[in-house]
Design a protein around this ligand. Structure first.
Ligand code: AMP
Ligand code: MN
Ligand code: MN
Length: 328
C-alpha cells in the first residue's frame, strides 16, 4: 500500500513557487474527480495562478451544475507549456487519457489521490488510502496551507465527498468526514439544493436503463454475487450516455445477502468495463480487479477487460467465485 510521501507544506510551496498549472483527473470521471479538479482550480486561480482544467471526457452533463463547471474542458490536441501538472483521484497514470501528452513539458508532477492501488507516480505524491475521497484530502490541504477558500470551492468539495461516500453512507465515511461536511455547510453549501442536483435530477433514460439492466440481473453463489450487464446494442437503443450508469450498481449492492455486485458494460474498443462493489472488508474487489489490470479500493474497484461481454462475464464471475466460494 502506498502512503503519502510528500507533505502538504511541500505541495503548498510548489503551488506558490510556480505560475502555470494543469489539473487533470481520470477518464470516465465521477463527482470526486470533477469536484476535486474544480475546487483546486478555483483556489489556485484565486492565488493568482494560470490554471488549465482538463478531463478526457470534458464536463459531464450531470455535473454541469457545479460551481464554475465551464472552466473544465477537454484537453487540447497539441502540447501546451505548463510548469506543474496535477493528477487528482487517478490511481493509474494512463487513466489520465490524452491530457497526459499535452503536458509533457511540466517540470513537476503532483499526484494527490486516495486509491490504495496508486503506485505513487510523480514528484510530489500525497496518497492517503484512509481518505474516503480526494476532495477530503484537498480540504485538509487547503486548510493546512491557508489556500484561498470560498463557497464555490466548498460546493465542489461537498459534491466530491458526497458522491465518493455514497452520501456519507459507505464505511469509508469517518468522523472527520462529517466534521469537514459541517465546515463546508458553514462555508455556504446549500445541502438541500446540492443534493437535489446530484441525486434527484436524473434524466428519464437513466431509469429506463435501470429497467433494462434489471432484466439481465443474475445471481451466483447462493445470492452472494449479483451482476447485470449492458450491451452496446441496448445502450444505443436507449440512447444512454456513459455517465448515466454511475451508481446503478448500488441497486445490486443493496440486496440482502449480496457480498459482491458487478456491472459489465460492453465498450466500443473490444473491451468490457467491469465495475465491482463489495459489502465486506474480507472480500477485496480491488485485488480481484488488479488480476485483470484494473484497480481501485477494497470495496469499490474496476477494470477494462478485453473480450466479448459473455466471455468477460464468465471469467470475472469465476474469479469472484474463487474468492467468495460459490460452491459452498
Ligand atoms: P467505478 O466502478 O467505475 O465507479 O470505479 C470504482 C473504483 O475503481 C474507482 O475508485 C476507480 O478509480 C477504480 N477503477 C475503475 N476502473 C478502473 C480501471 N480500469 N483501472 C483502475 N482502477 C479503476
Ligand atoms: Mn474517481
Ligand atoms: Mn475518488
Amino acid at each position: 500500500m502506498s502512503a503519502a510521501r510528500s507533505t502538504f507544506e511541500e505541495i503548498g510551496r510548489a503551488f506558490r513557487e510556480h505560475q502555470r498549472f494543469a489539473i487533470l483527473s481520470h477518464v470516465r470521471p465521477d463527482g470526486d474527480a470533477l469536484g476535486s479538479q474544480l475546487a483546486l482550480a478555483l483556489s489556485l486561480k484565486q492565488l493568482g495562478k494560470d490554471v488549465r482544467v482538463w478531463n478526457e471526457d470534458g464536463m459531464l452533463e450531470k455535473y454541469s451544475f457545479l460551481a464554475r463547471a465551464q472552466s473544465l474542458t477537454k484537453p487540447p490536441s497539441g502540447p501546451e507549456e505548463v510548469d506543474v501538472a496535477i493528477a487528482l483521484d487517478t490511481a493509474i497514470q494512463n487513466r489520465l487519457g490524452t491530457a497526459f501528452q499535452a503536458i509533457r513539458t511540466a517540470k513537476i508532477w503532483i499526484n494527490i489521490d486516495h486509491h490504495p492501488s496508486n503506485p505513487g507516480y510523480g514528484d510530489l505524491v500525497y496518497v492517503d488510502p484512509t481518505a474516503p475521497a480526494t476532495g477530503q484530502i484537498l480540504f485538509e490541504l487547503i486548510k493546512s496551507e491557508r489556500l484561498p477558500f470560498d463557497r464555490a470551492i466548498a460546493e465542489n468539495l461537498y459534491v466530491a465527498i458526497s458522491t465518493d461516500t455514497g452520501s456519507f453512507q459507505y464505511p469509508n465515511t469517518t468522523a472527520r468526514t462529517f466534521e469537514i461536511a459541517a465546515e463546508l455547510v458553514r462555508a455556504g453549501v446549500d445541502v438541500g439544493r446540492i443534493n437535489q442536483q446530484v441525486y434527484e435530477n436524473y434524466p428519464r433514460r437513466r431509469v429506463e436503463l435501470l429497467r433494462e439492466l434489471l432484466r439481465t440481473m443474475r445471481f451466483e453463489g447462493g445470492g452472494r454475487v449479483a451482476s447485470f450487464s449492458l450491451s452496446l446494442k441496448t445502450a444505443a437503443e436507449l440512447g444512454v450516455l456513459p455517465e448515466d450508469n454511475e451508481g446503478l450498481i448500488d441497486h445490486l449492492r443493496a440486496i440482502r445477502g449480496v457480498i459482491v455486485a458487478v456491472f459489465f458494460e460492453e465498450l466500443t474498443d473490444g473491451k468490457v468495463r467491469v465495475s465491482m462493489r463489495s459489502k465486506s472488508e474480507k472480500t477485496n474487489v480491488c485485488a480481484i480487479c488488479q488480476k485483470f489490470g484494473g484497480g481501485g479500493h477494497t470495496l469499490a474497484a474496476g477494470a477494462r477487460v478485453r473480450g466479448s461481454l459473455a466471455e468477460v462475464e464468465q471469467r470475472i464471475l469465476e474469479a469472484i467465485c474463487n474468492v467468495v466460494g460459490c460452491d459452498s
